[in-house]
Design a protein around this ligand. Sequence first.
Ligand code: CMC
Length: 374
Amino acid sequence: METVVHNPGLDGVVVGESAICQIDETRGSLRYRGYAIEDLAEQATFEEVSFLLLHGDLPSSCDLQEWQAELTYAGSLPTVVGQFLQTVPSSAPLMDVLRTGVSFLGMIDTEAQDVSHEANLRKATRLLAQMPLLLSWAVRTRYDHPVLKVPATKSFAQSLLYLLTGDLRESHAKELEVSLNLYAEHELNASTFAARVTASTLADLYGAVTAAIATLKGPLHGGANEGVAEMFYAIREPEEAQGWIHAKLRGKERVMGFGHRVLKHEDPRSAIIKRRAKALSQQADETRWYEIAEIIERTMKEEKGLLPNLDFYTAVVYQLIGIPKQAFTPIFVTSRMSGWCAHIIEQQDHNRLIRPRASYIGHPAREFLYIGDR
Ligand code: CMC
């Protein structure tokens, strides 16, 4: 066997090439297919960003019209999915409902097993369009709220917000849209890597997305944004924030929304969402969550030298636009679906099975004994 480099967590390991997302950790910059996140986040719609990720270029206005029509056309849930959702126990985490829902959609899609570029793109479009409906069904039936219909001629972000909360305010939809743009893609994070590993076996796109959703759920990854909201509820008052964080750090606990495996100096997405959170708090005249967040940020920097990641101030924004905490990570799914599918398509277009090695630390070779002789 050749020398195996032992690198826990694949820290810093480059496992392949990708043309989708560029992270420059030393400059703290992030680009989707060449475009800076600072330009895309607030100026592009989520439809433009998802088109860019899946098709490789920003759409022309004609492309965009077609893309919007495709998303609208693809955005319906088969009746059997509705029936399946009625069997889901109300205690099931929404991430589990999405994971199983996507897996279910794969079983009833006649194109599921076709891994060609064109079929994958069609499936990605359908999933992107179906995710808000699946999430809305899961959230609203849980709280006995009537399931809402997709509003006519509304953007992806407006529809998603409306389907979840019944709110059609454009200002709130814009906040959600910025967060969707920021969440859409982030190179080989754990869930995207899981998707690519699954796709590399030439398993179908639904299976790869199911693996990605399962992976995103964890609190060290996408689940962190719900963890941040829980922390805010536990702290409640700005004057409690510093002491609360000190106690957590004394107990060697992790504070959700801080730190990043790759972005050690700065998460460029965090500066954008922080600015939005501040402005929104002032407009809404509800500054408590933002004040708590700033104290936590200061304390974490002083005590651990750690900076907030995207999940931290996103929790403030979601709180202020009325999104239920349980839907925070599922909203991440609705957006990251575009990045995951772009990676699955890229993987299967230029496939090589992903199969790393492990450094063996188990028992040395030993002799097998029949059961009666052990
Ligand atoms: N709170 C407290 N201590 C921390 C944190 C944190 N959030 N993050 C890292 N540390 C400490 C850790 O305890 C360790 O300390 P020591 O050396 O004294 O044992 C040191 O920093 C290095 O930790 P690590 O786990 O080796 O660092 P990593 O680069 O592998 O961790 C991370 C990355 C995201 C898993 C970690 O920062 C973390 O657990 N953060 C909290 C969860 C979170 O916010 N996740 C979202 C990540 S970004 C968005 C996404 O991908 O979804």
